[in-house]
Design a binder for this molecule. Sequence first.
Ligand code: EPU
Length: 335
Amino acid sequence: MIQENVPLKKFNTFGIDVSARYFATFSNTDELTECLTQNAGYRSIILGGGSNILFTKNFDGIVLKNEIGGIDLIDEDQDHIYVKAGAGENWHQLVLYCIGRNWAGIENLSLIPGNVGATPMQNIGAYGVEIKEVFFELEAYSIAEKKVYTFSVNDCEFGYRDSVFKNRFKDQFVILSVTYCLNKFPKFNIGYGAIEQELQKMNVKELNIQSISQAVINIRTSKLADPAVIGNAGSFFKNPSVSRQTFTELKNNFPNIIGYDNEDGSVKLAAGWLIEQCGWKGYRKGDAGCYERQALVLVNYGKAPGKEIYDLSEEILQSVKNKFGVQLEREVNIR
Ligand code: EPU
């Protein structure tokens, strides 16, 4: 059923108080087709968990909330389990489901807000793991052709927080389901500094995916803002990459700058560090702020209009550019 003038506050983790001219949920492709047909001519947004979007104004079109459910073991071989999940399933619930069955590969991605459909969209990543490493295939619905396509890992053109669905195919497909290839025999990934420390603190003697998941949960809850308490969409910016030469120059001027080597020889900078050095960490103007424990996270303390958060992000972007000559890029979708 299509509703009119629907408040979106509870459908976006920033908690921005805007409304949609039309709103509907869908649980299968028939319902999706019906919504799109009835509202042909209107702009549409497909919403999952609403955890990577900043609304800066009311949306004068139709918001379609993806509620396609289901978690199925569809295949297995000696080493792998193939799990297919509906795009509307909550991501962390899926992680817990898999961990409970000892299916490994996504434990480092515990507690990331949002739904399954968003995981390939922005190639979610945390603590040394990206979704592309366990991705098998996905099904997506072409809005123009009203037809379902299967995308392999190559078709998705994954990059750092990036995929074909944010670029060439932006707003053209609705992700329906994702199939992950998980491991029966875990390959532990604890290279990311903070994990090992946390495991020691937890006094873990024998490594398993349950304890890695718990370590990640502990780190995330200590650094990142819980959207149920303070509105936010995780990292607001991407970590920018610069050439090795630029990094060397920056390092001369700012000896403490944090950089990680990329495979192609460039260096990825910690945007949180850059932003903190510009004095933004813990900054608050009205209800818009830069989170006190992680400068990469912008927050809504209650009633901030999306525009104020956007304006703050613009000021941050400018000051990082002025101080370091580095251009930040937003990770969150602005609407
Ligand atoms: N740092 C600071 N000040 C800050 C924040 C960070 O100096 O205010 C420094 C940290 O001390 C650390 C470095 O920057 O040395 C990196 O910080 P952190 O480990 O917190 O990770 P991040 O690079 O800021 C990225 C992802 C997160 C992911 C973490 C852990 C992006 C844009 N963000 O953050 O992903 O959880 O690594 O893997 O790549 C998200 O995408 O929404 C997200 C939360």
